[in-house]
Design a protein. Structure first.
Length: 180
C-alpha cells in the first residue's frame, strides 16, 4: 500500500522519506542475495523444513521467497506492472538451495548492471509510483525477510557462523519487530 495515499484519504499529514539512493538500494539487494548464498548452503535439510513462527512457510520457502522478490524487481525494471500477486513474490516452484544459488548470482549480475532513472514511474497495484519507491519497497521487503532468517538461525542454529547484517538494514524503513 502507499502510506501517503492512506494518510491523504484520512486527512493526515505524512511524508515518507526514502533515505537511500536507487544505486545504494540495488547494492543492498545484491548484498542481501550474496548473504543468502553464504547462509543457505550451511543449513541442514532438517532446518530448511522448519516452519516459520506463526506461518506455513518453511525456512526453504523463505529463502525462495527472498530470491523471488529480486526476480519481481527485475521484471518491474524491465517495464512490467508491479501487481499485487507479483508483490507477494511467491515462486511457482520451490527450489533447493543448490538450484537457488546460481539463480541468485545471475539475478545479482542483472541488478549490478541496471541504470535507473529514479524519476521514471512504474505502474503498480497501489497506483503510479516512482521506480525509486518500488526499489525501496523491494529492498526493505528482502531485508526484513533476511533479518527473519538470521534471527531463526541465531536462535535455532546457534552453532552456525552467520554473517553480520546490521549494515544491510541501516536506513531502511523496516518494521520494528523481526516477527509481527
Amino acid at each position: 500500500m502507499d502510506l501517503a495515499q492512506v494518510a491523504q484519504l484520512l486527512g493526515l499529514s505524512y511524508e515518507s522519506e526514502i533515505v537511500l539512493s536507487p544505486s545504494e538500494l540495488l547494492t543492498r539487494l545484491v548484498q542481501i542475495n550474496e548473504t543468502l548464498t553464504k547462509i543457505g548452503p550451511r543449513l541442514t535439510n532438517e532446518f530448511l523444513r522448519v516452519k516459520l513462527p506463526g506461518r506455513e512457510r518453511t525456512v526453504l520457502g523463505l529463502i525462495n521467497h527472498i530470491s523471488e522478490i529480486s526476480s519481481v524487481l527485475i521484471e518491474v525494471l524491465r517495464g512490467e506492472v508491479f501487481t499485487a500477486s507479483k508483490a507477494d513474490a511467491e515462486p511457482q516452484t520451490e527450489l533447493v538451495i543448490a538450484e537457488l544459488i546460481p539463480i541468485l548470482l545471475a539475478r545479482n549480475e542483472v541488478l549490478k548492471s541496471v541504470h535507473i532513472d529514479p524519476d521514471r514511474m512504474a505502474d503498480t497495484y497501489f497506483g503510479d509510483q516512482s521506480l525509486h519507491t518500488v526499489i525501496n519497497r523491494t529492498v526493505w521487503h528482502s531485508a526484513q525477510h533476511l533479518r527473519q532468517l538470521v534471527d531463526l538461525c541465531q536462535t535455532q542454529q546457534a552453532q552456525l557462523e552467520i554473517p553480520e547484517i546490521s549494515h544491510l538494514l541501516q536506513d531502511l524503513p523496516l518494521p520494528q519487530k523481526v516477527w509481527d
